[in-house]
Design a protein around this ligand. Structure first.
Ligand SMILES: [Zn+2]
Length: 144
């Protein structure tokens, strides 16, 4: 992805971050999922007084892609921003969700409240985030 597009995404995800529903933590997260047909789905974290009902921005955006009929191989990248002063990478639940809904070689762009330029954005793959992932194939093996 060229630098201009990455910086455009950074600006867009920062605006999106304001839509997070975070009355308990005030920790805003936003994600943009880029699809191979150049469309995008958007997600913010949405908290709930019953805390397990809270959903992260990454899963919100990926669930939207699936709901619209996109498949795993249609996903090109995920661009993430958090209020963290450090890296602010996806949580464990989202990593597990990502290995099942994104190609393992799809890029994940991670930014935070200090990100101003390209060099501040950490870029990894889905596989980097969850080595030795438990996947669909992992459920097979004991059937006769
Ligand atoms: Zn998460």
């Amino acid at each position: 992805m060229d630098e201009t597009k990455v910086l455009d995404l950074l600006n867009k995800v920062k605006v999106l971050q304001e839509k997070a529903y975070v009355p308990y933590s005030n920790f805003r997260v936003a994600a943009i999922v880029g699809l191979k047909d150049n469309k995008e789905t958007l997600g913010v974290n949405i908290e709930n007084a019953a805390f397990p009902a809270t959903i992260c921005a990454e899963r919100t955006a990926l669930a939207q892609a699936i709901t619209l009929g996109y498949k795993k191989d249609d996903v090109d990248f995920l661009f993430l921003i958090t209020d963290s002063k450090s890296l602010g990478s996806p949580c464990g639940v989202c990593r597990q969700f990502m290995v099942e809904t994104m190609p393992l070689d799809a890029k994940v762009y991670m930014s935070n409240c200090n990100t101003k330029e390209l060099k501040d954005i950490k870029i990894v793959t889905v596989a980097d985030l969850l080595p030795f992932a438990f996947m669909c194939e992992s459920l097979k093996g004991n059937e006769k």
